[in-house]
Design a protein around this ligand. Sequence first.
Ligand code: ZN
Ligand code: ZN
Length: 362
Amino acid sequence: MPVAADLLTLTPAGLYCPRGGFHIDPVRPVDRALITHGHSDHARSGHGAVLATPETLAIMAVRYGENFAGTTEAAGLGRPIRIGDLAVTFHPAGHVLGSAQIALEAGGARIVVSGDYKRQRDPTCSPFEPVACDVFVTEATFGLPVFRHPDARGEADKLIGSLALFPDRPHLVGAYALGKAQRMIALLREAGYDDTIFLHGALERLCQFYESRGIELGPLDPVRGLKPKDLAGRIVLCPPGSMADLWSRRLGDPVTAFASGWMRVRARARQRGVELPLIVSDHADWDDLTATIEETGAGEVWVTHGAEEALVHWCRQRGLDARPLNLLGYGDEGEAEPEGSPAAEAAPGAEVGSAGDSGAAA
Ligand SMILES: [Zn+2]
Ligand SMILES: [Zn+2]
């Protein structure tokens, strides 16, 4: 009998805790949901009751409106909440502002659901805290040994270097609206870039929200109404989906950049017409996934969205119980790209940039 049977199980709506009567990050509306973070594939509207960190609740309200759930309750980090005979505790996941792992404890057993997480430093959110547990439910967005993220600061330097090389061209940077855009801005500020950064309208509200929570992003302006000549040598951030659409034509002939862990795979950058791939990821890379599993001390590992099989294999080789969850419905936002198979594209022999040569791309 596995430790977890009545603590956590799989249902069509997603992970479900029978003892507590709640789902975690359900993919369809449920009575009671615990939400790890605000990305749209994890945080959906229409649940009866939602328990999440105050930041995640606020992000859901920004995205879906104040009535995104019947009722809401805020969970402070590190503070156990009683639900029946369960103790539920949210711990920082280091993924985006407000992101949390959720620990469930009863009868001396503890399960931790990571949500999405990373171990790289991120000035825009609280760092990941490893939590000892019996069962660790881990994401595996970049769960292949080929994925090793370089230091993100070096990627910001690459962008600044390109501005010097192409001072007449706007630099259009695709970045996801929640987390990546703000982290990219913060990285540029840390690298000494003080100029105004211009924003696509879809990024404005979440940037304002981050600033309202004390995360300083420096001078930002909407790109609305500006002409290509006003933007020469300037940085413009937009959601990835807008990079190739009509909207981007107003920028004339921009240098196109994209901030994502997928930029490790050259074919992806080419497919998207990205001239300047920036390998900046809000997910753990292979080394951080495996190191984190070891750190939790878990004897059993459940692997969800991403390249599940490779990580399951790695766990089993080390004598851990491991299973792929094959959950559907994740990967619509953040960095998990639903289309295409990362496993196929990043298989041995696929053309992959190394940290060493990525600095040469301009
Ligand atoms: Zn995810
Ligand atoms: Zn996410």
